[in-house]
Write a protein that binds this ligand. Structure first.
Ligand code: GDG
Length: 422
């Protein structure tokens, strides 16, 4: 209790109210259903969906209900409610029942999959109806929004006209809000003295070598084994590059209690070991594999030091690492190789877009990219920078909130009448 009181106090200083979950709830709601079912399915990794999913559904509903009660308890007339992500898909409708007049927005941070994949989910109806309680539903890209409207039609028979959906007695709005990063913060960090010193150090250590970096949470959607196999293929085809290319891959531990993540980590460890064994020279190994998180200074120093950054997820809602890399390149140099299956690819067309499943093809692309003339590198980086500077994370949230304010004004008379009689 003392720990909890202390935590409550710290959270309340941040104007934050916790919803406490038991170990059993974390296991079923968070690890089991959210991360063991929705996460893999929405990222098209259908083989990873846990086959005992049905055991966890009930707890998913219960925890969403708990959030609804806590929010309703704190709610004051005029508040805007913004619900985030796949762990809380039922919350909008639960809240709508508790507070019919509330202004509710929902944003999905991960992809919304093709309706053919979405309809695999036994709870497809409940999840869609849960989200439809919102006034505004936001996605990172147009494709995700299209997949959602297609699912509304095939699963619920609900039609949409462009971005407008009429559902039961309400009108709700869909929108595309590609998330940005805090560009000013990364630019500032990138020019800090200690970061620049660290950049000089890293570059000194990599003298005569091309530095390639990767930064990812340990997750099977990030395409890490295939990325390593690409480096393997590159060095196999171009033995002259051995000792000339250094890859630094930061892998941040994540969801370490979910079985599929443990197996994935083991697979990755073995692969890196094998590749390093094959291509190492007496004084260098190709892949420097850091299984830990790094400080923000170190992160930005790595972004700044690299000739090339590899962002090669098999699927990714957006991928902020790609945008942070660009934001940190105030020197207007560096090459971004980006998976066409990351949401970020919809905006970052001047990156070098690749298909992460095409290992041999990506190896060729890396080889060419490493010899790209500086004018072309800079031309691409300049456009990428102008694009992400124009849409930073503050624009993103303001834009969502303003749209939510407008969206909730189109609420039809029926609900307003209901609320005024409360
Ligand atoms: C989900 C969606 C979507 C990583 N390692 C370190 C570190 N990081 C920070 C990065 C970045 C964040 O973590 C990772 O963000 P991503 O967007 O790349 O990926 P997810 O965690 O999977 O996020 C994703 C996002 O939601 C937002 O909607 O873009 O698609 O999957 O900010 O900088 N930070 C530090 N040390 C590390 O070692 N300090």
């Amino acid at each position: 209790t003392r720990q909890r009181n202390h935590l409550d106090k710290e959270l309340s200083d941040l104007r934050t109210v916790p919803v406490y979950l038991s170990h059993r709830e974390i296991n079923r709601y968070y690890e089991g259903f959210s991360n063991g079912v929705l996460w893999p399915l929405f990222h098209y990794q259908t083989d990873m969906v846990q086959d005992d999913a049905w055991r966890y559904w009930k707890t998913y509903v219960e925890v969403n209900q708990r959030f609804a009660e806590v929010v309703a308890d704190k709610y004051q007339e005029g508040d805007l409610i913004w619900v985030h992500d796949y762990q809380l898909t039922l919350l909008p409708t639960m809240l709508r029942r508790l507070i019919p007049t509330a202004r509710i927005g929902f944003f999905l941070h991960i992809p919304f999959p093709s309706s053919e994949v979405f309809r695999i989910l036994p709870w497809r109806t409940q999840i869609l109806k849960g989200i439809l309680g919102a006034d505004l539903i936001g996605f990172h890209t147009y494709s995700y929004m299209r997949h959602f409207t297609r699912s509304l039609l095939t699963v619920l028979g609900v039609e949409s006209k462009g971005e407008i959906v009429s559902y039961e007695d309400r009108t709700l709005i869909l929108g595309v809000f590609p998330m940005g990063v805090d560009t000013a913060k990364f630019e500032r960090l990138a020019n800090e003295k200690n970061v620049l010193e660290r950049v000089a150090e890293i570059q000194q250590e990599c003298r005569g070598q091309k530095l390639i970096i990767g930064v990812d949470r340990l997750d099977y959607i990030k395409g890490l084994p295939r990325r390593m196999l690409t480096v393997d293929r590159l060095l196999e085809r171009e033995p002259s590059l051995r000792g000339k290319v250094r890859m630094i891959q930061v892998v941040v531990p994540s969801r370490t209690k979910v079985d599929s993540y443990k197996q994935y980590q083991q697979k990755l460890d073995e692969l890196v070991g094998r590749i390093n064994g094959v291509h190492a020279t007496v004084n260098s190994v190709p892949i420097h594999y850091l299984y830990r998180s790094v400080s923000q200074t170190e992160l930005v120093a790595l972004y700044r030091s690299a000739q090339l950054m590899l962002v090669t997820p098999l699927r990714d809602g957006m991928n902020l690492v790609a945008k942070e890399f660009i934001a940190s390149r105030t020197d207007e140099d560096g090459i971004l190789i980006l998976s066409e299956f990351a949401g970020a690819a919809a905006e970052l067309r001047e990156a070098i877009l690749i298909n992460p499943y095409d290992i041999d093809g990506v190896a060729t692309t890396i080889k060419k990219a490493l010899t790209l003339p500086s004018e072309e590198r800079q031309a691409r980086m300049r456009i990428l920078r102008s694009r992400i500077l124009a849409n930073n994370c503050y624009h993103w949230s303001n834009n969502f909130i303003q749209t939510l304010q407008k969206a909730s004004r189109v609420r039809p008379v029926a609900v307003q009448a209901l609320s005024s009689s409360d």
